[in-house]
Design a protein around this ligand. Structure first.
Ligand code: HEC
Ligand code: HEC
Length: 194
């Protein structure tokens, strides 16, 4: 993993001189992320989160949580540590400056409608728009791939995302009383929002 990363970083730095999208500050440092998160952070996968258009404050928090092992992820932990060394501010600025394309996999229309009704429970924190509230540490969950949103809700429910984090205790208790089928519908709805 580390050797691959080193090679990718060298490639990234070498290609930094090229014209085009790699001109933006932080772009060369972000090339390494494209292996999983897609070019420019536009993940084409149903399970990998889209980084394009992600607000800087939230990308930074996620990276710090992964690097510290608070949010356990064998895939992300080594890269998160690397990001902190490379300069998280520049990488966060690069991704927040990219215009997000809609998730590649379109959710089922009936699931979206059921999810829309169920989402009344989420509005108090994520707002009617789904765009969250940076002041309260609540992320924008719109337009992410359905599979990714679903996996994170199930991780909260099982206390496997940021286990033992006191500030998320109420959120996890809340998810425990939502049926898995409804979590699928909620993920479809938020994935469909722009
Ligand atoms: C080997 C594949 C891989 C690479 C390379 C990778 N990531 Fe990730 N990333 C993942 C996976 C898998 C997840 C979801 C983990 C989870 O369940 O929390 C993730 C999640 C994230 C999240 C959290 C998104 C959210 O909505 O909470 C951020 C931020 C992130 N990655 C940033 C980066 C950055 C920046 C880079 C490049 C330095 C990078 N990743 C490279 C696999 C990767
Ligand atoms: C009490 C406030 C609160 C409520 C209610 C709430 N959330 Fe959240 N949600 C949060 C916070 C805070 C986070 C970020 C946690 C972190 O920083 O790790 C979050 C994160 C998420 C994430 C992960 C986003 C990502 O990029 O990884 C998803 C998905 C999500 N919420 C969906 C929902 C849905 C759907 C509902 C309604 C069923 C809901 N939430 C209700 C506060 C809330």
């Amino acid at each position: 993993m580390r050797t691959t990363l080193a090679v990718l970083v060298v490639l990234a730095v070498a290609s930094g001189a090229a014209a085009g999208p790699l001109d933006a500050p932080g772009a060369d440092k972000a090339v390494v992320c494209s292996a999983c998160h897609g070019p420019g952070g536009q993940s084409p996968s149903n399970v990998m989160p889209i980084l394009a258009g992600m607000p800087s404050w939230y990308l930074k928090k996620a990276v710090q949580d992964y690097a510290a092992g608070r949010r356990p992820s064998p895939e992300m932990e080594p890269y998160a540590k690397q990001v902190l060394q490379l300069g998280v501010d520049e990488i966060a600025a690069y991704f927040s400056g990219q215009t997000r394309q809609p998730a590649a996999v379109r959710p089922d229309a009936a699931a979206v409608e059921r999810g829309r009704a169920a989402a009344a429970q989420c509005v108090v924190c994520h707002a009617a728009s789904g765009k969250g509230d940076p002041g309260k540490g609540i992320p924008d969950i719109t337009g992410q791939p359905q599979g990714y949103l679903q996996s994170q809700m199930l991780l909260f429910k099982a206390d496997r995302r940021s286990p033992g984090d006191e500030s998320l205790k109420a959120l996890k208790a809340f998810f425990r009383q939502i049926a898995d089928e409804q979590i699928v519908d909620l993920a479809a709805y938020y994935s469909s929002l722009r």
